[in-house]
Design a protein. Sequence first.
Length: 306
Amino acid sequence: MGFAVALVLFVACVAWLNRSGYDDGTGGSINFLDALYYASVTVTTTGYGDISAVSDGARVASILLIMPARIVFLILVVGTTVEVLTDQSREFLATRRWRKKVNNHIVVCGFGSTGQSAVAELLNRGITPSEIVVVDTDDDVIEEALRRGFVAIHGDASRNEVLAEAAVDLARAVIVSPNRDDTAVLTTLTVRELNPTVHIVAGGREQENMHLLRQGGANEVIDATAAVGRMLGLATTAPGAVSVIDEVLDAGNGLEIKELLIGPDVEVPSESTVLAVIRDQKRLVGASAETPRNGDRVVLLVQNDG
């Protein structure tokens, strides 16, 4: 736009400096506004003819200066249009190819500080960037997600068409982490409507909104404010415990929490510590968790030497 405006101003200055060689069809003298008008209709090849070059000097200036400026302006317009259409076509084809092979991926709705931390944890736990789809309304955030190798979709995650573009109906999990609780609730409701079986993990900021996220269909609800508050309180009375919790939460660094689904050929590793057993949506600890059954989900504490 700046280059195009500069070309128009250049032609206007050429016409105004040679104003004595131009004829105005209305019979008046040529002022700078007339020169600017002449420049705009000339470089866009409109050319109404109401202002025309009549002297030899004005015609030479039109040939040597104004005509090249007009050509450059047309190249600029056509080139920009082709570039935009090419980028859109490339993006459309890439999205189409991705949708043909996408399945069992993870959709992250909101790629702010919370969403980025969640994605970092997924990567630490072995999830590849190609399995993660980021949805956000911020252009800079989308550019950052693309730079990191994720599939990124610009749009409001609470809208059906945006989630459909993210193939949420084929996702295995959705992380809802916007900056507002009302957006989180609406996004959770929309995701659950489009995919009744997907595992939804939603983050909230206000305690009074946690039940709305659960009622909206979230399988897991994280109270971010309360979690930070508990850590601050624990750090005051048991600072050593906080360092252990940080280590546990940081996958791939020392102690690590893992979840194992018990099956006919799956057993609890002997070198791990069983923290709890989830059976029929109930948490079992102590003696009742000593003998996991098939179908139980076992929460383990393991030592990661990597």
